[in-house]
Design a protein around this ligand. Structure first.
Ligand code: LMR
Length: 397
């Protein structure tokens, strides 16, 4: 049976990360997969996580199953983290969360749910976007289309984006990056979010806000601006929340799908359907990471430690961005890094072609995605000169 299978390609992001790990060259530089790196190029366990985890391990009485919607305490703290300033939505039962296998699991669950409601619903993603957005919906047989986001390798092209969203068929699904747009790093201003909201309302679109980098773009409050704004004006939306980056719990796979509904009854119904979908795919999510997050967010002291750590991480990413631009200016090739200056969060796209990316990896041992997406936190004092001079040498050829 297997011989009839057509060849398929391995996931480009995860495979790149494996190749990097297997590379024995001491000069190697990882600008690939989206994880936070400190100035030494490490991704250490966060202090708040370390403390919470040892408490979780020490106090564990059992490891029995939880339900398909995961740990209630975790779901509550995530709803609270996003809607603290809109607590009446939680009190009135208009916000409910379900635990998922990371942010990817949240997008996947959203996709299954939306397909169940209407398999012909169109799904709209930004061009460019995180590749898995497209794959997840396509895999379920849904129709995926793009709205333009970045103009020809340059800056955010907001007027064209808005114009294009205005033409999306009524009732379709729109995927929006809440903060730290992956891969461009270009986030919408508050004023631009208002304009998008107006079009979303006008066309009756269903927003799925992907919130994978909360706290790592402009800080915990500003990063959820669109979530708060949309919840003030819309009856329904989803937020796909990831705890991978902001808690550093990558392989623990912790996330949530947060539901905003019209009223308590519709939210309960939605959560029941989501739990049903979870049951038939994963039965119930792993609880360990969720216990850690819920411990951190419900303890004032640990919460303080986490907020401080996260803000240091975010500052470091900003610093790395600045460092790269400064070095590019110094070496006289700032044009190649012009996108970097305008973005926030972990990512930026640099104008290199697919072949350049191969050369950078094979000859210079600098790893980035085929699209030219770089993870800024991979830049540090030791490698910034090398990164810039290598890219300069390549583009100057
Ligand atoms: C990325 O974009 O690199 C991260 O979100 C990791 C992943 O799963 O793709």
């Amino acid at each position: 049976m297997f011989e009839s299978l057509e060849m398929t390609h391995p996931d480009p992001i995860l495979t790149l990360s494996e190749h990097f790990m297997n590379d024995t060259n001491p000069r190697k530089v990882d600008l690939g997969i989206g994880l936070y790196k400190d100035k030494y190029g490490d991704t250490p366990v966060m202090e708040s996580v370390r403390i919470a985890e040892s408490f979780v391990v020490d106090s564990a009485m059992d490891k029995i199953y939880k339900g398909s919607s995961g740990l209630d305490g975790f779901c509550d703290v995530i709803s609270w983290l996003l809607f603290r300033e809109r607590s009446s939505l939680i009190e009135n039962g208009r916000v409910l969360s379900i635990q998922t296998i990371g942010g990817t699991g949240a997008v996947r669950l959203a996709a299954e749910f939306l397909k169940q409601i209407d398999p012909d619903k169109g799904v709209w993603v930004s061009d460019p976007t995180w590749g898995n957005h497209i794959d997840i919906f396509l895999h379920l047989g849904m129709k995926v289309s793009c709205y333009p986001y970045q103009s020809g390798g340059g800056g955010l092209n907001f007027p064209i984006m808005l114009e294009s969203i205005r033409k999306i068929p009524e009732g379709d699904v729109i995927i929006l990056h809440g903060c730290g747009h992956n891969p461009t790093g270009y986030d919408l201003s508050k004023c631009q979010w208002h304009a998008v909201l107006e079009v979303v309302k006008e066309r009756g679109l269903f927003p799925v806000i992907d919130m994978a980098y909360h706290g790592l773009a402009n800080g915990l409050c500003d990063d959820i601006y669109c979530v708060e704004l949309f919840s003030d004006h819309l009856d329904e939306m989803f937020v796909a929340y990831s705890c991978s980056k902001n808690f550093g719990l990558y392989r623990d796979r912790v996330g949530a799908l947060v539901v905003l509904g019209k009223n308590r009854d519709s939210c309960v119904k939605a959560k029941l359907h989501l739990s049903r979908l979870a049951r038939v795919s994963i039965s119930s999510p792993a609880i360990h990471g969720a216990l850690i997050v819920s411990e951190i967010l419900s303890s004032p002291e640990l919460n303080r430690v986490w907020v401080e750590e996260l803000s240091r991480m975010s500052l470091r990413v900003k610093f790395a961005r600045g460092m790269l631009i400064k070095e590019a200016c110094k070496q006289g090739c700032d044009d190649a890094f012009r996108n970097v200056s305008n973005g926030v969060g972990l990512f930026s796209l640099i104008p290199v072609g697919r072949e350049d990316v191969d050369v950078l990896r094979e000859e210079f041992c600098i790893y980035m995605l085929d699209s030219g997406r770089i993870n800024l936190s991979g830049v540090n004092d030791d490698n910034v000169g090398y990164i810039v001079s290598s890219i300069k040498a390549l583009l100057g050829k």
